[in-house]
Design a protein around this ligand. Structure first.
Ligand code: BEZ
Ligand code: FE
Length: 301
């Protein structure tokens, strides 16, 4: 032997290799031990442990590491003030729904939450109770009503109910560019917590798939489609803000939502009616749909 290592050391067995790999993990974890907050130490130590365990588990190759860096770089480069590709990545990896679940209200009575999605816009138009948010988007008229309640069953009047949905082509207003606001709005619940509004029957649509996240779905042979839904965000003093959707019962993609956001308690019948007069007196010359859903907020107490 010419060097300091013996042949036995150079051909280290699996146990020695594992010990060397573990030493790298331990050294990096230790480097976060004195972070400015304990929570940061906790977050980074756990992240490093899981990342290293992943790399060791799959025996990550150098080309695979390079592909991952290129993918994350492209994901960042796809983000603009109108498009958040990293949230989309979190959504298709199920991280968004995992985080929603971890932070769910403990009250069993409260309406279940689901993903926020990237298409909420501040400053939506206010509509009166029973008004129409469609603003001319195409689609069958759809009347949605219910009550805003707290988790003891008490009605909440004056709750702010934000609503947004795609048109029947599967696009949100913001995806057309420009400033038009359609199929979105907000209202305040009335006496007895009642809310009601008109819109259009939602349709299934694909999440944006023309970027890196779309390539990931394609490589996985996964669909970008989401089942038909309407988004709600409901705020009332003394209550946890509720972010949820209602899904159309029978919609395609209820069982393969690209972002894993469907919960059975949020699937609602959108009953089809023939032309005629709706409960609020509106006369419809074509078929229309009606859905009813109570929005139950957890008290912060
Ligand atoms: C949405 O429902 O608007 C949505 C949610 C997650 C990703 C993309 C879109
Ligand atoms: Fe949506």
């Amino acid at each position: 032997m010419t060097g300091p290592e013996s042949g036995a050391e150079r051909t280290a067995g699996p146990a020695r290799r594992a010990a060397l790999e573990q030493a790298v993990t331990d050294e990096v974890v230790a480097s976060f031990a004195h972070a400015r907050t304990e929570r940061f130490t906790e977050l980074m130590s756990s992240l490093v442990r899981h990342l290293h365990a992943f790399a060791r588990d799959v025996r990550l190759t150098q080309p695979e590491w390079e592909a991952a860096i290129a993918f994350l770089t492209a994901t960042g480069q796809t983000c603009t003030d109108k498009r958040q590709e990293f949230i989309l990545l979190s959504d298709v990896l199920g991280l968004s729904m995992q985080t929603v679940g971890i932070n769910a209200a403990s009250s069993q009575a409260a309406t279940e939450s689901t993903v926020f999605g990237p298409f909420f816009v501040e400053g939506s138009p206010r509509i009166e109770l029973g008004g129409d948010i469609a603003e001319g988007v195409s689609g069958r008229p759809c009347y949605v009503s219910g009550r805003v309640l707290d988790d003891t069953g008490a009605p909440i009047s004056g709750a702010r109910v934000e609503l947004w949905e795609a048109d029947d082509e599967g696009f949100y207003d913001v995806q057309y560019g420009g400033d038009r606001m359609q199929a979105r709005g907000h209202l305040f619940s009335g006496d007895g917590g009642a809310y009601r509004f008109w819109s259009v029957l939602p349709a299934p649509y694909p999440i944006p798939y023309d970027g890196p996240v779309g390539q990931l779905l394609d490589a996985a042979n996964r669909s970008p489609m989401r089942p038909a839904h309407i988004h709600f965000m409901v705020k009332a003093p003394g209550c946890r803000t509720l972010i949820t959707h209602i899904f159309v019962a029978g919609s395609p993609h209820l069982t393969d939502d690209a972002v894993f956001a469907v919960k059975p308690s949020l699937v609602v019948d959108f009953v089809e009616h023939p032309p005629g007069t709706a409960p609020d007196g509106r006369v419809l010359d074509g078929p229309w749909h009606e859905a009813s859903f109570d929005l139950v907020l957890a008290r912060t107490r």
